[in-house]
Design a protein around this ligand. Sequence first.
Ligand code: 6R9
Length: 681
Amino acid sequence: MTEKEKKEVTEVSEAQIAVHWQEEGYYYPSPKFIAQANMTDETIYDRFSLDNFPNCFKEYADLLDWYKYWDEILDTSDAPCYKWFRGGLINASYNCVDRHLEKNGNKTAIHFVPELEEEKTDHVTYQELWVRVNEFAALLQDYCGLKAGDRVTLHMPMSAELPITMLALARLGVIHSQVFGGFSGKSAADRIVDSGSEYLITMDAYYRGGKLLDHKIKADEAFETAAEQGQNVKKVLIWQRYGGKYSAETPLVEGRDVIVNDLLKNYYGKRVDPVPMPAEAPLFLMYTSGTTGKPKGCQHGTGGYLAYAAGTSKYVQDIHPEDVYWCMADIGWITGHSYIVYGPLALCASTVIYEGIPNYPDAGRCWRIAQDLNVNIFHTAPTAIRALRKIGPDEPAKYNYDFKHMTTVGEPIEPEVWKWYYKVVGKGKAAIVDTWWQTETGGFLCSTIPAVKPMKPGSAGPGMPGIHPVVYDDEGHEVPPGQGIAGNICIQNPWPGMFQTIWGDRDRFVSQYFERYCKNPDSKDWRDWPYLTGDAAVVAEDGYVRILGRIDDVINVSGHRLGTKELESAALVVPEVAEAAVVPVKHDIKGVEPDMFIALKPGFEASEALAKKINDALITEIGPIAKARKVWIVPDMPKTRSGKIMRRILAAISNGTDVGDTMTLANPEVVEAIQKMASEG
Ligand code: 6R9
């Protein structure tokens, strides 16, 4: 054993349990795809080289309409908090709606597909979107008194009303903070408190897996929890689900809850001019899990973010105005913000929003939607691809759809799964892009420009034009490409889509993302501030990046980020629990899922009921995606002599791999006891 290996490893990262698949050969897009592609010019990589940084990003900014053109492309005076397109005035709602009316008013902006097949799809034209965004903006301005810079929390399911709400807020310069609909009311409350939102916008109910879920009930919990923490929500605005009358069973609270659909009647025909916002004004917050229990609000700016979402949608997603584009992500995640709402609408495409789960009522649902709406660009995550492959491997062939382009995002995709996606879903015709990026980054970091670079299964691709990745080892030395050595992947330079800061916590922004490899903390030069992504990666000779997983305390379940500390804090809410430790376990559909190890306070006995109570706590505190595969109530945690829980050993037991050396532990005997428990299931 080397000295390095002997180091006490207490934490376990996903990267340590990652599948190390072999390098694969290239796949090339069809001439038909290349002939119609937005970007075929190989010199794009030279145009966006570090020598041409940051001016190269003018090309993205020029995809947008500005009230006032910017003066300076990148202001680094407050590095690493950057200002892009300083001096510019712009409105995101204008760019996604108004500017398309003259030529494309009658074109469909949004196809909303309800989960129940007997309900009609809602085709919202750009003209209709403009009307609805204006009327809702008028309500927000007049009834709520909202103005530029205010924050509003949204806790909405997939619906046409969600982008309408986002765009209405953006029209006024109000910062939206959408919380994934599947999260609990408590999770919403944390985000309401942190952002200082005085309004909560939600929906009464939605369908999922054929069941109508009462969603309004979560607003009550959010309201109460926020109030306990001192944040008073003035009003809860409740949209009624498409086509429905008030369908949730939870009653309205007088004076607090208002039904948007009723109130909107007072604003029919009203118009609100978009507010010209400084390019660097925040457009939205998106909370994500990190290394502490508290989710952090990634703050995205208006001009830079929108330029990057539009530019990458055009070049990587290959979106043209005549395309019907379907991204299956939830709008409550960054993928939905950038690549369901802002990118596609800025480019005047038709974007599909599907309410439900991909396999409801049967394995053919997705492919039926694609066929019926003539979807030609399809975007989903490995977890969905694995599930669709498992339940209906031959389903796609039964449907008559024609994809030119497909995306995978959210976690590493196994080459086998990639090939099924390519051959069966894409019918061997569609170009695939594997897009690696994060909530923090606003848009893609590594991928391929599909008509310029070939695809390589299992590998995301090189840095995007203008994104210059670098891999460092733990000591800060650069790991050159082609060595087959993994390291911490960082980005050398800033880019317009990157988050501006963590809402209200600049110190955390700096310490978590920049401190580790910062070359000079007083520097105002971006070259001194490499951005730490938190992922481990291997870069091949050709510059293609293979992401192995997280190196920090984040677990990526089905592409959803969960902080281990968040999960452990949720378990500690149960009074019997003394200590909790969570580790990732490989799963053939979800990528990984959490296993929760629990030590009880003295005097309490392990039982099935208690294990269930702990798992229920994860669901109520965070949401169903946080459910543990297994809750193990163990006699004690394996600990180092300094008292740190050895998660590495717990992870090895859960994954059925070698636990390695346990001699450095303070209590090696518990390892055997836990192994015995695990072998008995
Ligand atoms: C967009 C999004 C970010 C984390 C990221 C990484 C993982 C995302 C990936 C991928 C391998 C890909 N990730 N895309 N890993 N290949 N194509 O997912 O944002 O929810 O913030 O998650 O997801 O580990 O660091 P977010």
